[in-house]
Design a binder for this molecule. Structure first.
Ligand code: ADE
Length: 222
């Protein structure tokens, strides 16, 4: 998979692209992430990319020309063009799975007051990562990339996907590591028993209990 990110703040991506599981996926060529500065596509003096909105109001609006030029530069017949915006469809694990089907994704990150409405005409999908407003689409784009890249074959151990939260509309069951007794808190007996069937049942029950307590809405989808 190849991902081209259009942003006004390329520096924000340095840690993301080079660290931990994503850093390894990049090194192993499981994914190529190219970060592009939208300013490089501006034909305005001082590489300007934004201006006041027509009709007044405060805040600057991203102009269509540099974004059109950048998208037209990178787009191929099988690219998916995504725009990060609080007005998009709320992102879910199911959408993360859908995105793994694309070989090429272009992600547009906005900043300032918003995008000139005409930019929407070259966008295939608008994504919001939740009902809150951030200063820009950079962090949301990293959320989307992280959730998609970890699903690419060979990026993490396949087994990890089978039981993870949201796959079965269930939250994760509790997990424990050493020591067996930490400040008086014991690891549940069943996990030390070596009895695989009992452990499986216990995990299933605990996942159901946790989901019922915290996210009953997920159980309704099951
Ligand atoms: N840009 C600002 N807030 C956002 C959000 N919640 N989701 C996606 N992009 C955004």
């Amino acid at each position: 998979m190849k991902i081209d990110v259009l942003t006004l703040f390329p520096l924000m991506f340095d840690g993301f692209v080079n660290t931990s599981i994503i850093g390894r996926a990049v090194k192993d060529n499981k994914v190529t992430i190219n970060i592009h500065n939208i300013r490089d596509f501006s034909k305005e003096p001082n590489n300007r990319v934004d201006d006041y909105g027509f009709g007044g109001g405060h805040g600057m609006v991203l102009m269509p020309a540099p974004i059109f030029d950048a998208v037209e530069h990178f787009r191929t017949p099988d690219s998916l063009v995504i725009m990060m915006t609080p007005q998009g469809k709320t992102y879910t694990q199911e959408q993360a799975y859908n995105l793994t089907k694309y070989n090429h994704i272009i992600i547009i990150c906005g900043h300032y007051e918003g995008f000139d409405e005409r930019i929407r005409s070259i966008v295939d999908l608008e994504i919001s990562i939740g009902d809150y407003v951030l200063t820009g689409g950079e962090i949301p784009s990293m959320v989307v990339m992280d959730s998609v890249i970890r699903l690419i074959d060979g990026v993490i151990i396949e087994e990890s996907h089978l039981n993870e939260s949201f796959n079965n509309n269930l939250l994760d069951h509790p997990v424990y590591t050493k020591p067996q007794n930490f400040r008086g808190m014991e690891v549940p007996e069943v996990l030390l028993s070596g009895h695989h069937e009992n452990i499986r049942k216990w995990r299933e029950e605990e996942a159901l209990k946790k989901t019922l307590e915290r996210r009953p809405d997920l159980l309704e989808k099951r």
